[in-house]
Design a protein around this ligand. Structure first.
Ligand code: ADP
Ligand code: MG
Length: 606
């Protein structure tokens, strides 16, 4: 007896529909993406009753011939993919060819379409997967599709739908994701004949501000970074726009919206210290990667995407945002409550430590090009192959900084330090001591050098692979399996940092290393790096940060700091760094002791 039967096509489509079409917003996503794939310049989405009664999309794209229009409703019918290899080089949104078939299986669909070449258009009506009518018709070029009575034949699904308001909210989200990814296309959204969005063709920044609403223009600023593996572009909201609720946090890869708590973490931590706890920054970030380096075979309704180079992208994303925040002066400055760090005599009243506060110049216009800094007078920045990171520290900026910072003791420091003379420096061990009006300033010079070197490298890291020194003789090292895996998995980060090597499961052969690594400690430094690579398994740790810090520490360990002019160089460079009071491993770089405090110390009777 035969008990195995093939599912009727209809039923198979209904089952597939269960995955593709979960709610009206899923239909909207598929239809909008089809219109984009058809190269439409204008797209109108019209919704009735949260999408329950009607979802209609009109586009002026390339349309379909009568044959294609009939074909398009068959499962696995697609014009976008014909060979297996195409799968890895997709530039279109759809590729599975199951959306229209699935939608038609659970609704009443009518489609009217005409291609450029055809004189007449074609109209077809399908209900619950069955063709009801098809005829020639007169219509303009493009496609108009209406999806009515969604889930009319799947009562369980229909009952599962939320209120019209909630469903429309999901539709609106989907609409915005597509609209932001395609600013060159005009979009219109109507709900029950009321216009909710009418977005004109424009550039990305305008599209984002059109969606965010009034005054958004001055509240976002651009980020950009290009590497071999990923290009990052987009806009992030200034710290003050961070919200208690998540929203307007959008990632796109190759113009496809996706969600990633992992990359979100990279951004959230880049904003650390700038926004209050439990608030979320706004961002619209576009990644471009080689399509063969992401997993395309994702489920159509899923918004998670698997990246081959996620750890690399995490580091780059984090550093790029840190850098932009610094560039646009949106960085925390520590208030100078430094005297609390001194070991003060008993009974001497300690003030509570003041939390870092955010100094934001409300009039600061991030879109104005920066002038070259005027403060730098010492040795040229190329001396050590390290570019100063924050070149934007203009005298006016400092003026603004002081205007906001009303803490006593704080203001004088920067200006005096900037006009520091070599002769003012005295070295006591690794500490530089200098005087400036009514204060004694103590600087841990090794930490100062760490900060300067670190910022220089991270700055290069987000722009291009680091300066590299080729070794005269390749350096060979035997490695274990664990180390092999760690290197293999993080190859791109190592290369971006300036390592040049070949690898077998037992041997690492190094041809080039980042300039910063001291030659005489190459082996030691490599061991450190391998240990860090093997042990930093938590993906949410910024590996680039950890490796750069390791190299910097190794390098600084060799500093003798005997030469005062070398010390002077780092002290001056330090003043150009964004975080000039704390080292990259979060240690204090300097302390200031005001004269009045010194007086107080001496007032005590012996
Ligand atoms: P996919 O988008 O994965 O190819 P769909 O079921 O969404 O599958 O669409 C099937 C085919 O129908 C598409 O490949 C495309 O050729 C055609 N099509 C769908 N919508 C449109 C449209 N708005 N304009 C032109 N062609 C379309
Ligand atoms: Mg599609």
């Amino acid at each position: 007896m035969q008990i195995i039967k093939l599912l009727p096509e209809n039923l198979a489509n209904q089952i597939a529909a269960g995955e593709v079409v979960q709610r009206p917003a899923s239909v909207v996503k598929e239809l909008l993406e089809n219109a984009i794939d058809a190269e439409a310049g204008e797209i109108t989405l019209s919704i009735k009753d949260g999408g329950r009664t009607l979802i209609a999309v009109t586009d002026n794209g390339k349309g379909m011939s009568a044959v294609d229009a009939e074909m398009s409703f068959q499962r696995h019918a697609t014009s976008k993919l014909s060979t297996f290899n195409d799968l890895f080089n997709l530039s279109t949104m759809g590729f599975r060819g199951e959306a229209l078939a699935s939608i038609a299986a659970v609704s009443h669909v009518s489609l009217t379409t005409k291609s450029e070449e055809d004189v007449t258009g074609f109209s077809i009506r399908i209900e619950g997967g069955k063709k009801k009518s098809a005829s020639e018709t007169i219509c303009p070029k493009g496609t108009h599709i209406e999806v009515k009575n969604l889930f009319f034949n799947v009562p369980a699904r229909r009952n599962f739908l939320k209120s019209d308001t909630v469903e429309f909210h999901h539709i609106e989200d989907t609409f915005i994701h597509v609209a932001i990814a395609h600013p060159e296309v005009s979009f219109k959204l109507l709900h029950n004949d009321e216009v909710h969005y009418n977005l004109q063709s424009t550039n990305l920044k305008r599209r984002i501000t059109d969606v965010l609403g009034k005054n958004a223009e001055n509240r976002i600023f651009p980020i950009a970074c290009e590497t071999d593996i990923v290009t990052i572009e987009g806009y992030i909201g200034k710290p003050e726009t961070a919200k208690k609720t998540r929203g307007n946090q959008q990632f796109y890869v190759n113009t496809r919206f996706f969600k990633s708590s992992y990359f979100n973490h990279a951004i959230q931590t880049a904003f650390e210290g700038l926004i209050p706890d439990k608030t979320h920054p706004i961002y619209f970030i576009f990644l471009t990667v080689d399509p063969s380096r992401i997993d395309v075979n994702i489920h159509p309704t899923k918004t998670e995407i698997k990246f081959e180079e996620e750890r690399f992208i995490y580091s780059i994303l984090h550093s790029t945002i840190r850098e932009s925040l610094g560039k646009f002066n949106l960085t925390p400055s520590l208030d100078f409550e430094l005297e609390t760090a001194f070991d003060l005599p008993a009974g001497f009243e300690k003030k509570p430590v003041v939390e870092p506060t955010i100094k934001v110049d409300p009039n600061f216009n991030p879109f104005q090009p920066f002038e070259k800094p005027k403060i730098h007078q010492g040795s040229s920045s190329s001396d050590r192959g390290v570019k100063p990171k924050y070149q934007n520290a203009r005298p006016e900026d400092w003026a603004a900084f002081y205007a906001i910072n009303e803490e006593p003791e704080a203001p004088v420091l920067m200006e005096s330090a900037l006009s520091l003379n070599l002769d003012d420096l005295v070295m006591v061990g690794k500490y530089a001591i200098c005087s400036y009006p009514n204060n004694a300033l103590l600087i841990d010079t090794k930490r100062a050098a760490e900060r300067v070197l670190y910022d220089g490298i991270i700055d290069q890291f987000v722009k291009q692979p680091l300066h590299q020194q080729m070794l005269l003789f390749p350096f060979e090292k035997s490695i274990n399996l664990e180390e092999y895996r760690a290197i293999e998995e993080n190859k791109s980060i190592l290369m971006q940092l300036g390592f040049n090597f070949s690898l077998t499961s037992e041997r690492l052969v190094i041809q080039g290393v980042p300039e910063i690594i001291p030659e005489n400690s190459l082996d030691e430094c490599l061991n450190e790096i391998l240990t860090k690579l093997a042990f930093t398994t938590d993906l949410k740790e910024d590996l680039a940060h950890i490796l750069v810090l390791t190299m910097v520490k190794q390098s600084v360990a060799f500093f003798t700091l005997k030469d005062k002019s070398e010390v002077f160089y780092y002290v001056q460079k330090l003043m150009e760094c964004k975080d000039w009071t704390i080292s990259p491993s979060n240690q204090k770089i300097m302390l200031s002791l005001p004269l009045e405090k010194i007086n107080q110390l001496f007032e005590k009777h012996v």
